[in-house]
Design a protein. Structure first.
Length: 318
């Protein structure tokens, strides 16, 4: 039994000066009741998939996510729909290590420990066994975000070592996810795409010929945004295409997107979208903050699909 304070004050007409005080009292009383109920641990107040409750998914890519205090979970807390890990295959090992450079690699920071195991645990939490929804207990069908369970998260693997050696190891690493039917998959035979909780995309030294050879395909590639007009594939191979903002346009502290450069952005976006491919610019300005925000906003206004962000808090407020 939970003791609940009485709402003993009734507001009079606001003109008598008492109404506003009564309203404040009522609000504070409701807050007190809420606090008591939460502390009570009543089963009815325990939401089964509360890990990401109230988090709105956003088209933010968590760049170099492994640099964050808590990889993966920091990105999820801001509603990022995409995150990235740089991966290395060291000679003589079948382990995939996460880090920007070889000097930053440690035996404890692997693709499995930082991402694959935690992400699987999140997905299991979002798919509790529920006797009242028997049609939903056959697999991990819900994605990480409770607000939109159908939303797939994009996991970019940036290959830092030789892709020909690395890619087969990645495919092997993902077998457990494949068995659980967690990976978005394209079947070339039926020309059908099955969207699942996790969409894996490789970049960096990822070999396009190995990506295209996989059938069915559940590891896609980050396409070359500047050259999409000349390639013979679409989103079935490259659901995403990217280019460095710095290399394309250059910037020196303070930067303004001129009309001709905005037109370049629109043209690149149009080419990509015609193939069903989403667009990301990386190496956008990070400082000053007003320049960063202006560039992000302008890119979004002109059809770019992803904000490539190091500062997730700032990106989530755009």
């Amino acid at each position: 039994m939970v003791a609940v304070p009485m709402l003993s004050a009734v507001a009079r007409h606001p003109s008598d000066g008492f109404g506003s005080r009564a309203l404040l009292f009522a609000r504070s009383t409701v807050q007190a009741v809420t606090g008591l109920l939460v502390q009570s641990g009543l089963p009815a107040l325990t939401y089964p998939t509360s890990l990401t409750r109230d988090i709105v998914p956003k088209s933010i890519h968590s760049h170099n996510d492994y640099w964050r205090q808590v990889p993966l979970f920091d990105a999820l807390s801001y509603g990022c729909k995409s995150f990235e890990a740089d991966i290395h295959l060291i000679d003589g090992s079948d382990e995939l290590y996460v880090g920007h450079k070889k000097a930053s690699l440690t035996s404890s920071r692997t693709l499995k420990s930082l991402y694959l195991d935690p992400l699987e645990e999140v997905l299991r939490m979002q798919n509790p066994i529920n006797a009242l929804a028997t049609n939903e207990t056959s697999g991990l069908i819900n994605g990480v975000y409770d607000v939109d369970p159908s939303q797939s998260v994009q996991f970019i693997l940036d290959y830092k070592t030789n892709g020909t050696s690395l890619h087969p190891v990645v495919l092997s690493y993902l077998q457990h996810y494949r068995d659980l039917e967690l990976l978005t998959t394209y079947d070339a035979t039926t020309q059908s795409l099955t969207v699942r909780p996790v969409t894996v995309v490789c970049s960096g030294n990822c070999p396009i010929e190995l990506v295209q050879a996989q059938q069915p395909r559940d590891v896609f590639i980050d396409g070359p945004l500047l050259n999409l007009a000349s390639v013979d594939y679409g989103s079935e191979v490259a659901p995403l295409a990217s280019v460095s903002f710095r290399k394309l346009f250059g910037w020196a502290g303070v930067y303004d997107l001129t009309a001709d450069r905005v037109e370049t952005v629109r043209s690149l976006v149009a080419t990509a979208h015609a193939k069903g491919i989403t667009v990301r610019f990386w190496e956008t300005p990070s400082w000053p903050a007003f320049v960063r925000d202006h560039v992000w906003t302008t890119l979004l206004q002109n059809g770019v699909d992803w904000i490539n962000a190091d500062n997730l808090h700032a990106a989530s407020r755009i």
